[in-house]
Design a protein around this ligand. Structure first.
Ligand code: SAH
Length: 331
């Protein structure tokens, strides 16, 4: 897979063959099951100022919330009762939760059953925090690099550093977390070449999980008037990433299913994806987790219906990494 070839695919208008090849590779390396992850968006408070994100610290109009441990555990119980075994704890970069607070939440969740896997998606905490969280039982981390273009990264993430984020990703892998990363497709100013570099990064890093979603404008941000990319461009990045990573878990993302409300997930599932997120955030908080507008989160019944329509089977197992441990260690 050469950069030039990837760019050609990204710029082709009828990529049917690419999608079906990705579908075959997904079937060969990940099987036919669709894994489920329970998403709990436990705080929309954030100290960062990412230009595309509605949670950014400068958004004064957003009603902020923080769930306490008991409320989070109640969401986890609902997910576990439904048979889900992976809990994704997601929030803005909210440092009012101390390391001890987070460790206590993770321990509380693991106390409900050792077979439950916990994924942390809470941003750039110190490696010391992550080590303690690992000791408390956390299994996985999701930290998207968003774009590998350093200039674009700098513009969209004031005061942040791509280098630092990538260093943290490497450290998280080294300390033994299953690591997920990902990008945003269609960021204002992003080129096909940038996307090709993102895909080459996935090929090199071989993440345990890759989350790919379209840029979706959010009305309270400075990028409110920018347009999202085409559905096909997102699917092409997903399909090429499936070819580049073979057996990385890849969710058909909520953002894709927001860009194409009628068929986003169906298209994602037939372009290389093998995972769907089910939302367990309390309904009253969900509308305020406005990373982008009109977020089309789904409940379990809606997901089951889509998986059936896709002619696939739901897989209720934990869905641990398909990468071998040795491979994880050596890179
Ligand atoms: N604070 C955590 C979680 C951020 S929210 C962290 O920094 O990792 C999770 C993801 O939402 C982000 O990684 C980003 O890729 C995505 N996101 C935020 N705003 C978005 C937007 N407007 N369009 C598309 N994706 C967005």
């Amino acid at each position: 897979m050469k950069k030039k070839e990837i760019i050609e695919y990204l710029e082709t208008s009828e990529p049917i063959e690419l999608f079906s090849t990705a579908d075959k590779v997904r079937k060969e390396f990940c099987g036919n099951g669709v894994l489920l992850r329970a998403l709990i968006e436990f705080s929309n408070c954030c100290n960062k100022r990412c230009l595309y994100c509605g949670l950014n610290a400068e958004n004064q109009t957003l009603p902020r919330y923080r769930l306490k441990k008991e409320a989070i555990i109640a969401c986890v119980k609902a997910a576990v009762n439904d048979g889900l075994k992976t809990i994704v704890l997601q929030s803005g970069d909210d440092f009012t939760y101390t390391k001890d607070d987070l460790c206590s939440i993770v321990k509380g969740i693991k106390g409900l059953g050792r077979e439950i896997a916990v994924t942390l998606s809470l941003g750039e905490r110190s490696i010391d925090d992550y080590l303690s969280l690992k000791d408390s039982g956390a299994d996985r981390v999701l930290l998207k690099f968003e774009t590998t273009n350093e200039t674009l990264y700098q513009k969209l993430h004031p005061g942040q550093s791509l280098k630092k984020r990538l260093e943290l990703l490497n450290q998280l892998k080294q300390i033994g977390f299953q690591v997920g990363t990902g990008n945003i497709v269609g960021l204002p100013g992003q080129t096909s070449e940038d996307l090709a570099e993102d895909i080459l990064f996935f090929k090199e890093f071989q993440p345990d999980m890759v989350g790919i979603g379209p840029f979706m404008p959010q009305k309270e941000t400075t990028l409110a008037k920018e347009l999202p990319p085409s559905v096909d461009l997102v699917l092409k990045v997903m399909a090429l990433t499936r070819l580049a990573t073979k057996n990385s878990h890849m969710p058909s993302t909520t953002a894709l299913n927001t860009l194409d409300k009628s068929a986003g997930h169906l298209k994602g599932l037939s372009s290389g994806c093998n995972v769907i997120m089910v939302n367990y955030t309390p309904i009253s908080n969900r509308k305020n987790y406005r990373i982008y507008d009109n977020k089309n989160s789904l409940n379990l019944n809606q997901v089951l219906d889509i998986v059936k329509q896709a002619g696939r089977k739901v897989d209720f197992s934990r869905g641990d990494s398909l990468k071998s441990k040795d491979q994880n260690k050596s890179t």
